[in-house]
Design a protein around this ligand. Sequence first.
Ligand code: AGP
Length: 608
Amino acid sequence: MCGIVGYIGEKQAQPILVAGLKRLEYRGYDSAGIATMSPKAKVTLLRAKGKVSGLDEKVTTHTTTDTVGVGHTRWATHGEPSKRNAHPHHVGDIYLVHNGIIENYQDLKAMLARHDYDFKSDTDTEVLTALIDYLARDADNLLAAVSGALKMVVGAYGIAVLSVANPNEIIIARKGSPLIVGVGGGEVFIASDASALVGHTDQVIYMHDGEIGVCTTSGVQLYDIDAHSVEAKVEKLEIDLQSIQKKGFDHFLLKEIYDQPDSLRSTLRGRVNLDTSSVKLGGLNMTNDELREVRNIMVVGCGTAYYAGMMAGYFVEQFTDDVTIRAEIASELRYRSFSVPEHTVALIVSQSGETADTLACLQELQRRGVKCLGVVNAVGSTIAREVDGGVYVHVGAEISVASTKAFTSQVAAITMFGMMIAQAKGVSPRELNGYVRELDLLPGEIESVLEKTADEVRDIAATYANYEHALYVGRDTLYPIALEGALKLKEVSYIQAEGHAAGELKHGPIALIDDRFFVVCYLQDNWLYEKTQSNLVEMNARGAHAIVITDTDKRVPAETVIRVKTKLQVLTPLVFNVVSQLLAYYIATARGNDVDQPRNLAKSVTVE
Ligand code: AGP
């Protein structure tokens, strides 16, 4: 949820730490801080409420030549956004930054208070800092103190620790929260995710749960929780500077909406074969026999990832007779007493690969012996490393908090997985040909809808930007699109928006329709056209301000109609979704919102 960074080397640490925090700011922007230490162990601690830019101003008036330091950008869990609760926290000799939640911090706090520790903030992190300081009094070294403390805490953490008693090292550790170390050339870079390391080194170590690292200018030595040394695996960093820049767009959100034709081509590359009307996913680690045996697919994810699973489920049902597919909300599934039918495969869907609830479901399903395949974007992320096989969607870095290009590619990847099962079960290429052809057409169709409708959508958005309530409705494959469309609008415009199955309207939601609401109705010219059209007429009868997104040339009774010309049929909803992504973007920018870093949200939800 938060972003942590660290540096030890020969270079001036402050600019490296601040630049790293700016790259990680989409993980949380409630406050930011850095602590750097001189060779003589003089620490300069700078913290500011709000965005990293506020901290940057402080650095200009408190510049040091220190070459060791840690930093943090916060998504508040314990204690309101404020300077008092900002990291790094300092207790005694210890300075610490933390991403995660210490669940038993109240008990530890009470224990430490009995040893005359008092606390300046409301955070769980300050308690961990004090615990390490307390144990360091009798420990042989900082590593032993950190190891001792981490064996006493319950919860999730990614931490980086400085001590004035050890000015030539930084101690790091992870459990449940991501941590990556960049190495090479007499310096070590520490970060919550790879984007902060790009441009510094492409040699990285992905820390595993329960590992502790001692970072010095000669590199990083890893240990297990009992401080026994363990092997470090150095890997090559996959992402480049290009993919984490705005390429001339005003916002990452718009850039990533426009990335979709190419990011989808990367997802499909080498996996779709038009000649044989077939698909092939390389990394599943499943034989054809195993695929043939599948009877049930559980798709697990949160937010947009969950909606992608729901969406693809509608497609997969259409070309497999004896397979059930069901999308599950991870935060619900992890605490439900659910049963797993025989021949079940679980698809674990996550853009970041670090979402705590999704990860917990993966671990529970694996504990029950269920084969778990990842549908992940972030290479080297925890979920990607823990699944039994899977598909990388390869959409490049997705930086805007609101997920767009990952959704489109997640739907394509899950659909291709379903087609792999159908192929193994003997479904003929002729039956799958329609899907193969449309997957191949989809990038071009998205390109054309961006070209042809973006300006129109921008103008329409201005008309609806002052509403505070919206209803999104669709039938069949357009129902998950209604949910996803409403989520996008909520996330970036802060307009209260609900997605509903159009057929459900008369069972309650239609009561909402009045002048304060606008309605987005997805109207596809297929076998459900009349059904949805009647829902639209019913809403119009109650005075709905309707925006209809449709591919029909017929007259459509609505206040606003956005017509999408497309060669697609079954995959048309994915093109309609791009229109509602644009609508959310332009309404939010018309309202003057920071669309890349919407309030109260973070890109990767690494706590429950
Ligand atoms: C989507 O725009 C949101 N950022 C959020 O719902 C997101 O989809 C969810 O947190 C899951 O994230 P993941 O794909 O990284 O696991």
